[in-house]
Design a protein around this ligand. Structure first.
Ligand SMILES: C[S@@+](CC[C@H](N)C(=O)[O-])C[C@H]1O[C@@H](n2cnc3c(N)ncnc32)[C@H](O)[C@@H]1O
Length: 326
């Protein structure tokens, strides 16, 4: 998954021109329009620390969320905007170049490595990041969990291959019937660890489930999927580099990782509840208006919050790290 998505030579996200939205392979809340960034700006203003602070975004892709959020923050909360510094963590040079171009009007720092971000009291924003982080695949043999990996078949094609027992990776997972597959991200905690001295708040927005639902006995094939031109596929080994690969977030596991790093969960709710609470005042102000801009805004808001669209599928997990040593 790491190679197929991020290899400098041929990785899906490393290739230039990967659009998200109608012209691309999948939609996100960001590609639905600017209301998502506007409402996140309202959230940032509500939770911003005193004094200067940093907004750190990981998974910024073409910088659309950054532009939407900064536009709203400067317009609606100029005092908070004056104290905020926006930093994008972007290891891929192709994406960093696009972000630099698209965000030229704003003072945005684009950094390749976490170590380049100074310690501080920042706010991390990660929309649909974790689902795009490489996962490991486990398969039940009926009595235990085996890890399965990708190997080469006799014809040089990619094939799933058993890698052996995976007791450590499967710690805490209930047993499932033989052939049942699921995914784990054992590296996530180590990925988040260096952020803890740089941000005191982390906001993760993604699709996924709590452990019990993640491991629903009916979910026999796990959640690993590909996306090409808005069509979901189940064969993750097909034409690597040509399509997106994703696996849902196990929010129970993310909660454990956050707690393991000294954080506390201050919010876990679906996107509909989160955004509707943030939009309350704006919706009151728009009531009774019928101009085209208002209608567009309401349509965008409904796409983000309607349970049949993105409202129930996406969840928001927010963590606070109260006692950090900076
Ligand atoms: C599914 S896309 C979401 C893009 C955007 N946040 C949105 O919602 O439209 C996942 C993004 O995460 C980025 N990403 C994956 N791993 C990353 C990492 N370790 N550091 C920074 N970005 C990463 C990918 O390059 C890609 O741009």
């Amino acid at each position: 998954m790491a190679e197929a998505l991020y290899a400098a030579d041929g990785g899906y996200y490393s290739a230039p021109g990967r659009m998200i939205g109608r012209a691309g392979d999948f939609f996100t809340s960001v590609s639905a329009g600017p209301v998502f960034g506007e409402l996140l700006a309202h959230h940032v203003a509500a939770v911003a620390p005193l004094g200067d602070f940093r907004i750190v975004e990981i998974g910024a892709h073409h910088g659309t969320l950054a532009a939407d959020l900064l536009t709203a923050l400067h317009r609606d909360f100029p005092e908070t905007a004056a104290r905020a510094r926006y930093t994008i963590l972007e290891p891929l040079p192709t994406l960093a170049a696009v972000q630099g171009r698209n965000l030229a009007a704003w003072q945005v720092d684009i950094r390749e490595q976490i170590g380049e971000i100074p310690p501080g009291d920042g706010i991390l924003i990660a929309n649909e990041l974790i689902d795009a982080l490489p996962c490991q695949v486990l398969e039940s043999d009926g009595t235990g969990w085996q890890e399965i990996g990708v190997g080469l078949g006799a014809e040089g094609d990619f094939q799933w291959q058993a890698l052996g027992p995976a007791e450590n990776l499967a710690a805490g997972l209930p047993m499932r019937e033989a052939g049942y597959r699921t995914e784990v991200r054992p590296d996530l905690r180590a990925f988040l660890a260096p952020l803890v001295e740089r941000v005191s708040r982390m906001l993760f927005i993604d699709y996924g489930f709590e452990r019990e639902e993640f491991l629903d006995p009916a979910r026999r094939d796990g959640t690993l999927r590909t996306y090409l031109k808005h069509q979901a596929g189940e064969d993750a080994l097909l034409e690597p580099g040509s399509r997106d690969i994703t696996a849902h977030v196990d929010f129970s596991s993310l909660r454990e990782d956050i707690r393991g790093l000294g954080g506390e969960i201050v919010r876990f709710e679906n996107q509909s509840r989160f955004l509707t609470a943030l939009a309350r005042q704006i919706l009151l102000e728009k009531e009774g208006r019928i101009d085209e801009a208002t209608r567009r805004w309401v349509r965008n808001f409904q796409t983000l919050t309607h349970p049949g669209q993105l409202g129930a599928k996406f969840h928001v997990m927010e963590a606070h790290f109260p006692a950090r040593r900076i």
